[in-house]
Design a protein around this ligand. Structure first.
Ligand code: ADP
Length: 454
């Protein structure tokens, strides 16, 4: 069978009347030829010629019918056979239809592939389920969310694969008006919001969305509100208690003076908490510190040291070890508060007689400010959580020394705003080291470069 891809299409349409007329013309031609032969050679020759012509016509049609039959039995892409006479037109018509169908099929395949690709790439999980919640299809996000595989888990009931009682109860209740928040068993603590949506006649779409970040933020917000309330309620309760005692009972002036002093302390504590909260919220909402403001590090370190000495009141040995070759670009007040916080923590968590060492090193690869103490140290499991707001290893000790539990959160925020990081190394009973590392682009040569260790 010859391929007809290069076929020249003679006629695009062919009608039934056309076919009939051309068949009648052919038969009339045969009859005339037979009559002429009969007149010239005798009737017998005329009949014989007619029979021969009709037989040839039957063979012609039979051959083309056979071609048509074989083509029809082949695959849809089988090349349409070529024919002669009437069959040429008929096959051309079929050929045109076949081409149009192939084009249409290709268009549909492309559209299907596009929509499948879009479905697969969606950031939302989509699973198509049958009436019994068996998986018919799912996209990449759904595979990741539910830990299923589109190919190997096809036709598996999703509730057998995702063994979560909450999901099973949600599916059993058949009330899908609100989504369900599901904490997956994955190591990364993925939390997804899922919802069943009726689809087609008796199928379901199971939609899923990663809400881990939002759920975490919500948890942080809840914790934060609870913590602030708790932190402020304690001094407030003490204050109110003293006030009531003073109002309801006759208190000797000496005791009243003690009460007043204690009330003043609680008031100051609330003020410190509010000041730190305000500092934190200012850091969060303020624009990035300017990249071009030069902070004279020598002066800043001297102030941090003086403050630490004031806080220590001679109970500690305080060492400042600095290389005065470079300054920092950033916000001076923020950096002074962060460095001061680290130094004051070192004093507060180091028993009398201990040492606190402030070190400043800077060069072409960046700058490092370290506060090292020989204090109480920190157990390993607490270290990753120290910069959380209100996190304390020992609440009592923090309070006794005037802590708010917000100092390291402020330090971490300030450093992050200067593209710096905070490393904490500690050994219980031996001491701690808090290391702030600044990138090279924040470091500039100091106006005077003198190395000094005091
Ligand atoms: P606080 O106001 O309670 O000191 P911070 O945020 O500054 O709050 O510190 C959080 C916790 O980290 C402290 O309560 C304390 O348990 C621990 N901590 C901070 N600095 C030190 C240090 N130098 N040595 C030991 N523990 C420390």
């Amino acid at each position: 069978m010859k391929p007809c891809t290069a076929r020249v299409i003679v006629s695009a349409t062919i009608s039934r009347e056309d076919l009939l007329a051309r068949t009648l013309v052919a038969l009339a031609v045969f009859a005339l030829a037979a009559l002429a032969a009969g007149a010239a050679l005798g009737a017998a020759w005329g009949w014989a010629l007619l029979a021969l012509l009709l037989a040839a016509l039957v063979v012609h049609h039979a051959r083309h019918l056979r071609l048509l039959e074989r083509w029809a039995a082949g695959p849809p892409s089988e090349t349409v056979p070529e024919g002669d006479g009437l069959w040429l037109d008929a096959f051309t018509l079929i050929y045109q239809r076949q081409r149009a169908e192939i084009r249409q099929r290709r268009r549909l395949a492309r559209a299907l592939a596009r929509s499948r690709q879009a479905g697969r790439a969606l950031p939302y999980g989509v699973v198509i389920l049958d009436a019994d919640f068996r998986i018919l299809w799912c996209n990449d996000s759904a595979e990741a969310h539910f830990g299923i595989d589109a190919d190997s888990d096809e036709r598996q009931p999703i509730l057998n694969l995702v063994r979560q009682p909450d999901l099973a109860n949600y599916a059993a209740a058949r009330d899908f008006s609100a989504p369900l928040e599901l904490k997956t068993a994955r190591d990364d603590g993925l939390i997804i919001s899922v919802q069943f949506v009726p689809y087609e006649e008796s199928q379901w779409l199971l939609l899923s969305r990663d809400v881990t970040q939002a759920a975490r933020l919500e948890a942080v917000r809840r914790d934060f509100v609870a913590n602030v309330s708790h932190e402020l309620r304690t001094p407030l309760t003490v204050l109110v208690g003293f006030l009531e005692t003073l109002r309801e009972r006759k208190v000797e002036p000496e005791r009243a003076a003690t009460f007043m002093e204690l009330m003043g302390e609680q008031g100051k504590r609330m003020q410190r908490i509010l000041d730190d909260l305000l500092a934190l919220s200012t850091l969060e909402s303020a624009p990035e510190p300017p990249g071009e403001e030069r902070v004279a590090i020598a002066g800043l370190l001297a102030r941090v040291r003086t403050e630490a000495e004031g806080l220590s009141a001679g109970r500690h040995r305080i060492v400042l070890d600095e290389t005065t070759g470079h300054d920092l670009l950033g916000a001076e007040a923020e950096l002074a508060s962060a460095f001061g916080n680290l130094a004051s923590n070192a004093i507060r968590y180091t028993p009398a007689g201990g040492e606190v060492r402030l070190t400043w090193r800077a060069g072409s690869t960046g700058a490092v400010f370290t506060v090292e103490d020989t204090g109480i140290g920190i157990e390993r499991e607490h270290i990753p959580r120290l910069t959380e707001r209100f996190y304390r290893v020992d609440r009592g000790r923090s309070r006794e020394t005037g802590g708010t539990g917000l100092g390291l959160a402020i330090v971490k925020h300030t450093l992050a705003r200067h593209q710096a990081t905070l490393d904490i190394e500690s050994e219980p009973g031996k001491g701690s080291r808090f290391i702030a590392r600044f990138p090279a682009r924040r470091v500039v040569p100091a106006r005077t470069a003198v190395a000094a260790v005091t």
